[in-house]
Design a binder for this molecule. Structure first.
Ligand SMILES: Cc1cc2nc3c(=O)[nH]c(=O)nc-3n(C[C@H](O)[C@H](O)[C@H](O)COP(=O)(O)OP(=O)(O)OC[C@H]3O[C@@H](n4cnc5c(N)ncnc54)[C@H](O)[C@@H]3O)c2cc1C
Length: 303
């Protein structure tokens, strides 16, 4: 079996940035992706630098892929199902076969936990900006609007407080029957003038251009709703191979994006950090350059 210089798992902003760098380093790479980048769900990003009129996540990914392809990289639409150390190299199993590489970059991202609502409605609400997942990205767009946050506990409180920087009208709605807020959380919410409503929330529907939902206080409607329900970190391949991760599952890396397994790198949302496109790209640039230098230490890279 042929051994590639690097297998990149995931073709979101992190994986595609790495593909551009590694292909331009004249390395042999494979780029496996199962087609569920969070970036593909962004209707139009306005905080990603370089696009003053914003750009749809799908368009940004298409441009990045075209750039990677210009240097010979190819995105293969497959899911990686297993990753294991094999001597100094790695064995990578996909639903289409097995591959071998000297290094692996995990750029598999995260999956947001969604509120309990119909998938088609979810996607329509997301496209219309009625449902939003990232206040850092698009809090600006809800300036002075009526905003609901579905969440509770520390996480829900922090999201609601962050959004209070954009609008006075923030309501924290409990996903379950009662809020789980300690005194400190409750005091912080009160001090910021954030309303609290018990759940369970459900019955989501688009009504009069707003996203409406049932709460213990009756039906409420918001210009935008932010679920603050956490996410699943897609680090399971690396964790099963023995890589160290935080309690939530984020991969631990050093400042060169090296995981605790030599030769295994990680970048983007799967690593603990700012879950942003720019951050994913920056980490991938660092990872790709370290991968190149690691390979050069093993055997000189000469034209
Ligand atoms: C609604 C929404 C709006 C957002 N808006 C913005 C914004 O305006 N600005 C901003 O900076 N950020 C925004 N973000 C965050 C941004 O999308 C992420 O930070 C970014 O996509 C992270 O890139 P990534 O490459 O790490 O992961 P992802 O983009 O999620 O890509 C991971 C890739 O890995 C693949 N993968 C996973 N597991 C496997 C496997 N086993 N085998 C093969 N492939 C696999 C997936 O299919 C996916 O394509 C938003 C997110 C959401 C959900």
């Amino acid at each position: 079996m042929e051994t590639d210089d690097c297998i990149i798992i995931g073709a979101g902003p992190a994986g595609l940035t790495a593909a551009i760098y590694l292909a331009r380093f004249h390395l042999s790479i494979r780029l496996f992706d199962c087609g569920s980048s969070r970036a593909a769900t962004i209707p139009c990003t306005h905080n990603h630098a370089g696009y003053p009129d914003g750009i749809a996540g799908k368009d940004l990914l298409a441009l990045m892929l075209a750039q990677a392809e210009r240097y010979g990289a190819r995105r293969e639409a497959v899911e990686v199902t297993a990753l294991a150390r094999d001597g100094d190299d790695f064995g990578v199993r996909t639903d289409h076969g097995e591959w071998r590489a000297r290094t692996v970059l995990l750029a598999t991202g995260v999956v947001n936990h969604r509120p309990d609502m119909d998938a088609a409605l979810h996607d329509r609400a997301l496209a219309a900006g009625l449902l939003r997942y990232c206040p850092i990205c698009d809090g600006y767009e809800v300036t002075d609007k009526r905003v609901g946050v579905v969440g509770t506990g520390d996480h829900g409180m922090r999201e609601a407080l962050f959004l209070r920087g954009y609008t006075r009208d923030v309501t924290l709605v409990s996903p379950a029957a009662v809020h789980d807020l300690d005194d400190a959380c409750a005091r912080a919410l009160d001090a910021a003038g954030i309303a609290r409503v018990e759940g369970p929330c459900g019955g989501f529907a688009i009504e009069d251009g707003r996203l409406a939902l049932d709460t213990a206080a009756g039906r409420m409607a918001f210009d935008s709703v932010y679920p603050a329900l956490g996410s699943r970190i897609r680090s399971e391949l690396a964790v099963a191979a023995g890589a160290r991760a935080t309690a939530e599952g984020c991969l631990e890396v050093d400042d060169h994006q090296r995981t605790s397994i030599p030769g295994l790198f990680a970048a983007g949302d799967v690593v603990k950090g700012l879950d942003q496109i720019s951050h994913a790209m920056g980490e991938a640039g660092v990872a790709a350059t370290t991968i190149r230098n690691t390979l050069a230490d093993r055997a000189p890279l000469r034209r």
